[in-house]
Write a protein that binds this ligand. Structure first.
Ligand code: FAD
Length: 391
């Protein structure tokens, strides 16, 4: 049976989240602590406490850790509402990269790691990073991983350089991908490590200047300089990092889609308001077909994106990995929502590129969405190969 009904209880919660974001979070969009390198930790903590007070913090987490263990479909509905402001997911502790990292940890962390890293992250007391991308190694192709880990039977020593590492500045928990060199004790290959951030071997060279500003701490260039970690820092098994990354990526790319859908809707609502009131050539601009068609195209895109997200979520809720469908969704939604934001800028005329409205920030922030968790071309490359295989 195909059923698109949103259960009444979920609809109530969705509306409550949207109202929370509008009333309590949107006012912070003009807070100076929302810097060119993203919200500061101080701002994040203030927002987190607001969500905590409303019992809206980390609602997606497993019930055993104090969350509500939302299904993927439930997440789609709630995250879309949270995404009305780019600060909404930050407040509710369901923003990237923490949301995906918490999901991964909930799947593969051992009990000690859950206690030390995951539980405080769920409680909003710890930020986390996922360090994979490298200037000369892993990127679109994680198989090019260059950061190396040698193992002497007791400790790993990690050396390498990463960049675009979101939230590096100030994160207390680090998930690091490095390639374990051949050794007599353990299998070699791409491996995940889990450690505290305040280690002498983790050097944050700088925070990069980027177009976007919705991620706490911005994006860092990081060096691992003889970072020594005990065997207990292994996250899962050696040689399994790419498999674990896939485990994280399918849901994580969908949650990006969900949050950005909410932001695109916000842009559309601002453009619609403008089109209803601004006049040109004797009528409101919305009465000009050129403008109403842009708004109609937006409405069509928002609807298509929502359905695409829901379908992949439905598959995952029914036990399917949905790797193909989440790739389709990521490629489609990231491209379409960016077009929505672009049309909203156009409808707003000159103020579209100014910070008179939040559309300009959403437009810039959304541009990056087409790159992370797989650039569009990489998803199309995978989709194309599947099409050609015929399976
Ligand atoms: C805002 C933001 C946040 C990020 N946060 C993190 C983070 O927290 N941790 C982390 O590890 N990384 C992070 N990244 C990095 C992100 O995962 C990479 O940017 C992404 O994987 C692409 O790698 P790359 O930048 O090295 O691009 P490259 O690998 O250099 O690729 C460049 C371009 O080549 C093209 N291309 C590549 N492969 C193919 C193909 N098969 N077919 C056709 N065209 C292709 C694509 O157009 C691609 O955009 C972040 C990136 C951004 C933009």
């Amino acid at each position: 049976m195909i059923d698109f009904t949103i259960p009444a209880e979920l609809a109530v919660e969705r509306d409550r989240v949207r109202q929370f974001v509008i009333d309590k979070i949107v006012p912070f969009e003009r807070d100076p602590r929302l810097t060119s390198h993203g919200p500061t930790d101080e701002l994040r903590q203030e927002l987190v406490e607001l969500a905590r007070a409303e019992k809206l913090l980390t609602v997606q987490a497993p019930e055993a850790l104090g969350g509500r263990g939302l299904t993927h479909i439930e997440q789609a509905v709630i995250y879309e509402a949270a995404g009305w402001s780019t600060l909404g997911p930050v407040a509710m502790n369901c923003a990237a990269p923490d949301e995906g990292n918490m999901f991964l940890l909930s799947k593969i962390a051992n009990p000690d790691q859950v206690e030390h890293h995951l539980a405080p992250a769920v409680a909003g007391h710890r930020r986390t990073v996922f360090a994979m991308t490298e200037p000369d190694g892993a990127g679109s192709d994680p198989g090019q991983l260059a950061t190396a880990a040698t193992f002497d039977g007791e400790n790993f020593t990690i050396n390498g350089r990463k960049w675009l590492i979101t939230g590096a500045n100030g994160a207390k928990t680090w998930i690091i991908m490095a390639k374990v060199a051949p050794n007599p004790y353990l299998p070699e290959g791409p491996t995940l490590f889990l450690t505290d951030g305040d280690q002498p071997g983790i050097v944050i060279e700088r925070t990069m200047n980027t177009m976007d500003r919705n991620y706490v701490g911005g994006h860092g260039v990081v060096r691992f300089d003889d970072l020594v970690l005990p065997k207990s820092a292994l996250l899962g098994e050696t040689g399994q990092a790419l498999r674990y990354a896939q485990l994280r990526l399918a849901p994580a790319r969908l949650t990006h889609c969900m949050r950005w859908l909410g932001a695109a809707e916000r842009s559309q609502s601002i453009a619609v308001d403008y089109a209803k009131t601004r006049t040109a050539f004797g009528k409101t601009i919305g009465e000009h077909q050129g403008v109403s068609f842009m708004l109609a195209d937006n409405e069509i895109a928002l609807h298509q994106c929502r359905l695409t997200i829901w379908h992949a979520c439905w598959l995952m809720d029914n036990g399917d990995k949905a790797r193909h469908e989440s790739s389709v969704a990521k490629a489609f939604v990231s491209e379409e929502l960016f077009k929505v934001a672009d049309r909203c800028v156009q409808v707003l005329g000159g103020i579209g590129i100014s910070d008179e409205t939040v559309v300009e920030m959403i437009f810039r922030d959304m541009r990056a969405f087409r790159l992370y968790d797989g650039p569009t071309e990489v998803h199309k490359y995978a989709i194309g190969r599947k099409v050609l295989r015929g399976s």
